[in-house]
Ligand binder design. Structure first.
Ligand code: PLP
Ligand code: TYF
Length: 400
């Protein structure tokens, strides 16, 4: 039957993890996948999450199906976390929010919804570069995707001018995908005043902004700061789409818990959108899982647990910032002739090192350090005991 099926290539990011697992060297370091590690290089369960799990266990809850769109209490809490307590859209009940299968599921559902129901310029513009799964999901769904300029490899900064020029070339009604914070892979976000400009021209061009927020809290350590762009756009009257994930900021990677929100023009439209989202979910996975959303609900609905969680997020963000500093110092003290200030100026989980493909190859071959071909490293994989090894490797492969 299946002799026609060809072997597919491994995932560009998860494939790196596979290669890492096969390496038997004690020196090996995995800087491929963006998953937080503590300073002992171990996966980290947030204290707030542990507490929430204990609370939930004691409640002796059953395992009935969730509603198709997820628990409405959960949906309300996460919409507020993203859009803010003072969101006008939420007050006016103009948001259609459903639980999703983490951030990827939110993107998939959002893009599929666009493919079926969006009757304006049905093309999604993505920053160059972007997370590899963004174009892949579009390809799967047969939705047109295009690139806009975002990262300037010469200045290693956000290319505001190029980005604005490209926005001006987009047809009215086109969808513009924006990373809400902690841009993956570059670690470079627009500054607040740049977001302001983007919001204005996106409005003028009547584009539809789709925010992917996979790292709320990871950029600055504050979930409110990191939601700046999302909230600014909503305040400016954009009918934003928002994909949320709790994989990173609650360390709930494998729980697959997230959300998708459409901010609509009025309550009536939001109700219709909700009905169609449910119809779409019904044929995809029927209804979402309940464990992850219970943990998120427990945390966000308890002032004490929420305060603990905000502390936990800040602690993770701060450890990453410290590792950036140590890595940069480690390379500089070895007498590198290159500039490394981008290691500390970039934010979020990743550092876009600027390493070329042959240098990446040497990092892996000579130093057993695993990273993606584009030179991105997950700073969350660096810790006190391996930072000197990583610095030595980065200096050596860039020295000649
Ligand atoms: N969007 C971006 C930019 C990401 O980096 C990720 C990966 O973490 C996701 C979305 C979604 O991840 P998940 O499906 O694990 O929530
Ligand atoms: O970019 C990353 O490393 C994270 C994790 O198929 C990830 O977004 C990577 C690839 C993938 C799923 C998650």
């Amino acid at each position: 039957y299946w002799s026609n099926v060809p072997m597919g290539p491994p995932d560009a990011i998860l494939g790196v993890a596979e290669a890492f697992r096969k390496d038997t060297s004690p020196k090996k370091v995995n800087l491929g996948v963006g998953a937080y590690r503590d300073d002992n290089n171990k996966p980290y369960v947030l204290p707030s999450v542990r507490q929430a799990e204990e609370n939930i266990f004691k409640k002796c809850l059953n395992h009935e199906y969730a509603p198709i769109g997820g628990d409405p209490v959960y949906c309300d809490l996460i919409a507020k976390l993203g859009l803010g307590e003072n969101s006008l859209a939420i007050k006016e009940k103009r948001n259609a929010t459903v639980q999703s299968i983490s951030g990827t599921g939110a993107l998939r559902l959002g893009f599929e919804f666009i493919g079926k129901h969006y009757n304006h310029a049905r093309e999604i513009w993505m920053p160059s570069p972007t997370w590899g799964n963004h174009p892949q999901i579009c390809n799967t769904l047969g939705i047109t995707h295009k690139k806009y300029r975002y990262y300037d490899p010469n200045t290693l900064k956000f290319n505001l001018k190029g980005c604005c020029e490209d926005i001006c070339s987009m047809p009215p009604g086109a969808i513009i995908l924006l990373h809400a914070c902690a841009h993956n892979p570059t670690g470079i976000d627009p500054k607040p005043e740049e977001w302001q400009i983007l919001s204005e021209i996106i409005k003028e061009k009547r584009l539809l902004p789709f925010f992917d927020m996979a790292y709320q809290g990871f950029a600055t350590g504050s979930v409110d700061n990191d939601a700046f762009a999302v909230r600014l756009f909503e305040k400016h009257g954009h009918q934003i789409i928002l994909a949320q994930s709790f994989a990173k900021n609650m360390g709930l990677y494998g729980e697959r818990v997230g959300g998708l929100t459409f901010v609509c023009a009025d309550q009536d439209t939001a109700a219709k959108m909700m009905s169609q989202l449910k119809i779409m979910i019904r044929t995809l996975y029927s209804n979402p899982s309940i464990n992850g959303s219970r943990i998120v609900t427990e945390i966000l609905s308890s002032p004490e647990l929420k305060a603990q969680w905000l502390k936990d997020v800040k602690e993770m963000a701060d450890r990453i910032i410290l590792m950036r500093k140590k890595l940069r110092e480690g390379i500089e003290k070895r007498g590198s002739k290159h500039k490394w200030d981008h290691i500390t100026s970039q934010i979020g989980m990743f550092c876009y090192t600027g390493l070329k493909p042959d240098q990446v190859l040497r990092m892996t071959k000579d130093f057993h350090i695993y990273l993606t071909k584009d030179g991105r490293i997950s700073v969350a994989g660096i810790c006190s005991s391996n930072v000197e090894h990583v610095a030595e490797a980065m200096h050596t492969v860039t020295a000649s």
